[in-house]
Structures are given as structure tokens and as C-alpha cells.
Design a protein around this ligand. Structure first.
Ligand code: ZN
Length: 290
């Protein structure tokens, strides 16, 4: 596998179909079938360092027939030619000594030969649902940062709108689902040391949620455009989510897929819950598509 080069991807611009050449077919562990690697793909693979948005599903079409893609994961080939996928990859996303691959999980993929031309089709309704949740997740982060801004007692790193970036400073995990995104934030000692004051947060939750949801509704009504800026077509290029909000164009680092306009959403609602011991804030953000 040493001669494979980093996969080119078209999903950042919203691509869901494409044609490509099969470069390699690798057996996958635990009877998952074969991992199919191509030169260019519209499929979004789950990131192994920051697994927020799930891999796309869909089909590969070859002369011999249709092959379902049940998942898409990140793979890599190391400097000595070693191949690894997902959490077995021993280095961080984008490590320059590795080649980075979108690995299509295809149960009957062993039938595909390297060199074959194929057509790739992502499950579009599923992708559209994930894109809606992912766009909602980033918007919620901006509204949450704003709603919590007066709880910071020290200068903290700010987001694109100039508010202390609670979302990135407190973030534990972020999961993009088909119906909603779920973000978990740690409110521990280290966040307090950075200057965040959680005093009275539980009592303030309903008011915070109202504030956030009013801001989200306002942004949706403005129908701002959303795009992904990327320095190149490589899977691991450092991409930015860019949203032209009326007050300011904001950017957030992002490897996922998104809507093109906020007007594609009819509503976006965040629900805030604080764990019993107050150490974790969970925000579930649900988009309804227009
Ligand atoms: Zn993102």
C-alpha cells in the first residue's frame, strides 16, 4: 500500500456522486468485508481523531453490479507501508509522514479489482440529515458562547463573534446524529481555572435556553449562506466552516458536511441539561428542515 496517495474528497462542497478508479481493496477485521480505496470520493469518512460526524453510506456501481457501502472510515498508510484504520491509526489526523485515505466499507468489496472505474453514490437523504445537524451544532456553539459570555471572570480565547469560546474550552465530545447533535461540556476545575463561573447555572438553564433559541431563530430568519473553505482537495486539508451571519462572517474549523443556507432549516432548537453533580452540561440541538 506504500504507493497510495491521500484521497481527494468532494464532500466539503456538498458532493454526493462521483466517478473514480479503485486503487486498493483491503480485507477488514471482524468479517466487515473489504475496505475499498479510490482516488477521489464524495463519501465522508468518520474522522479517527475527532469522531463527530458518522461516515457516509451509499453504493459503489461497477460493471459487475452494485456494491453497498455500509460505512466509510479514515485509513492511513504509514512511512513503512503499514495500513491502519480508525482508532488503530497511531498518529494524529493529517500527520505528514502518513498518506490519508477514505476507506469505503463494502461487505462484498473483495470482488472489485484495483484499476476498475466505478461510480460512487452517497445516500443523499442520510447525508442531508447529517449536514443539517452539523450546521445546527456549529450555530448552537456560537449562541451558547454568547449566552454564557458574562460568566467569564478572566480573559479567555474568543470565538468568531468575539465571545469567550466556551464551546471549545469546555468541549468533551460532539456527536452529529441524523435527528440532532449532542454536545457534552465539562464544567470541572480546569474550566473554572480558565475563568468560567458556573455559580447558579442550574437555575439559569431555562433562561439560557430561551436566549440561545431566540438567537438561533433570528439567524435562521436571515438565511445566511454557509460554505466550507479548503486549501486543497486532500482528505486531511484544514477546512473551515464559514457562515455569513448578518453581524459578522464567522469561521469554525470543521471536517464535516453542511447545508448551503440557514434558510434550509425551518427551526433549530437547543435543549440544555446539567448533570446531577453539575460537572457536565449536555446540549441537544435539533434541526427541522424546511
Ligand atoms: Zn464541524
Amino acid at each position: 500500500m506504500a504507493d497510495l496517495s491521500t484521497t481527494f474528497v468532494t464532500f466539503p462542497a456538498g458532493g454526493t456522486i462521483g466517478t473514480a478508479t479503485v486503487l486498493a481493496v483491503r480485507p477488514l477485521p471482524e468479517g466487515a468485508g473489504a475496505g475499498v480505496v479510490v482516488d477521489t470520493t464524495p463519501f465522508h469518512p468518520l474522522d479517527h481523531s475527532w469522531p463527530d460526524q458518522p461516515g457516509d453510506t451509499g453504493v459503489l456501481l461497477a460493471a459487475g453490479g452494485e456494491h453497498p457501502v455500509t460505512d466509510c472510515v479514515t485509513g492511513g498508510v504509514g512511512p513503512d507501508g503499514e495500513f491502519a484504520i480508525g482508532t488503530d491509526i497511531p498518529v494524529r489526523r493529517g500527520d505528514e509522514t502518513w498518506q490519508w485515505l477514505a476507506v469505503h466499507v463494502v461487505p462484498d468489496g473483495a470482488a472489485l479489482e484495483p484499476g476498475t472505474r466505478i461510480e460512487l453514490r452517497v445516500d443523499e437523504p442520510r447525508r442531508a440529515a447529517l449536514s443539517a445537524s452539523h450546521t445546527g451544532c456549529h450555530l448552537m456553539a456560537l449562541a451558547l458562547n454568547e449566552a454564557l459570555a458574562d460568566r467569564w471572570r478572566k480573559e479567555a480565547r474568543t470565538d468568531g463573534l468575539g465571545h469567550p469560546d466556551f464551546d471549545s474550552l469546555a468541549m468533551d465530545t460532539s456527536r452529529i446524529g441524523l435527528d440532532a447533535s449532542t454536545d457534552r461540556y465539562r464544567l470541572g476545575k480546569s474550566l473554572r481555572k480558565k475563568g468560567f463561573d458556573p455559580e447558579g447555572l442550574r437555575e439559569a438553564l431555562p433562561e439560557l435556553a430561551d436566549k440561545i433559541n431566540a438567537r438561533l431563530a433570528g439567524w435562521l430568519a436571515q438565511d445566511a449562506t454557509v460554505r466550507i473553505d479548503t486549501p486543497g482537495p486532500e482528505l486531511t486539508a484544514r477546512r473551515q466552516w464559514v457562515c455569513e451571519l448578518p453581524e459578522k462572517t464567522v469561521e469554525i474549523s470543521c471536517g464535516g458536511t453542511h447545508l448551503h443556507r440557514l434558510g434550509e432549516l425551518a427551526s433549530l432548537t437547543a435543549e440544555l441539561t446539567l448533570s446531577e453533580d453539575g460537572s457536565e452540561l449536555v446540549v441537544v440541538t435539533t434541526p427541522k428542515r424546511a
